[in-house]
Design a protein. Structure first.
Length: 277
């Protein structure tokens, strides 16, 4: 007897009954794969969104606002949790939001939690560097420069520029220029003999031209000694004063002759007129 190895054909009606089930299974499988791909893409986008920050001496809340401007994230935090923290410098380029927050909060008593597009910032009192984070912000000094000028626009050499409340002071050079180490917000006190003192609040590294006005009262307190200019109260020797009214009635083209005999001990010797005499 011969064996029949041929399979019996499946009835057409039975095949037609199985096709809808196969189609349903294929559809469910496709939807699952599609959902997984979309979820993976969304998560990858969420944690790889680039943030670029280059800030100096700023509060943590200012940094969070900058991150919100550059991303779709929204931060939630208590204001009192961020108060009293030290100012920080931030220089981050092309990093994910997760990496940014890890670097940002590394030295601060704070922790974060990301839920979708919402980031919660909470205080973490268990951080070992809590005491360091609550320290007083370090002073950041800059080189502040400017030029001191008189009302006519000429330079004032030898003017004193001092940071108010400190011992840091410097004098201007022959061109009226100065540079001094100070902080933004400090006040500079500028003074020079014969001019009214002026105070300038530092708003940037360059203060440009600073004009001083002449002080008539101050000029009246000065004494011209022929070789220098000093204030009256600083003189220790004998002083003779010749007023202009005493010279009005003297007819002489030479000022030396006009002064002769007007002050005790003053001797005027006319020169020969030769160079060097």
């Amino acid at each position: 007897m011969k064996k029949n190895n041929k399979r019996n054909p499946v009835p057409v009606q039975q095949m037609q009954r199985k096709n809808p089930f196969n189609i349903f299974c294929a559809t469910v499988k496709f939807m699952l794969i599609f959902t997984v791909c979309i979820s993976t893409f969304a998560n990858a986008k969420t944690f790889s969104q680039s943030i670029r920050l280059n800030l100096k001496s700023v509060q943590i809340n200012q940094v969070l606002k900058e991150i919100e401007k550059q991303s779709d994230y929204t931060f939630f935090y208590k204001t009192e949790d961020l108060q009293g923290l030290k100012r920080i410098d931030v220089n981050i380029n092309e990093n994910s939001i997760s990496t940014v927050l890890q670097q940002l909060l590394a030295d601060l008593p704070l922790e974060y939690n990301i839920e979708g597009k919402t980031i919660a910032i909470n205080k973490n009192l268990n951080k070992a560097n809590l005491v360091k984070a609550l320290a007083t912000p370090m002073a950041i000094f800059e080189t502040i420069s400017g030029t001191i000028k008189d009302p006519k626009g000429g330079p004032i050499p030898g003017a004193t520029v001092k940071v108010k409340g400190t011992n840091r002071a410097i004098s201007t050079n022959s061109e009226g220029y100065f540079s001094i180490e100070a902080k933004i917000g400090d006040i500079l006190t500028i003074s020079s003999m014969g001019y009214t003192a002026k105070e300038i609040t530092i708003t940037g590294a360059s203060l440009g031209d600073i004009m001083l006005t002449e002080s008539i009262e101050a000029l009246g307190e000065l004494v011209v000694m022929g070789y220098s200019v000093q204030k009256k109260e600083s003189l220790t020797g004998a002083l003779s004063t010749i007023k202009g009214s005493e010279l009005k009635n003297i007819t002489s083209p030479n000022i030396q002759n006009m002064l002769a005999g007007k002050a005790a001990g003053l001797f005027v010797a006319p020169g020969s007129g030769r160079p060097g005499s």
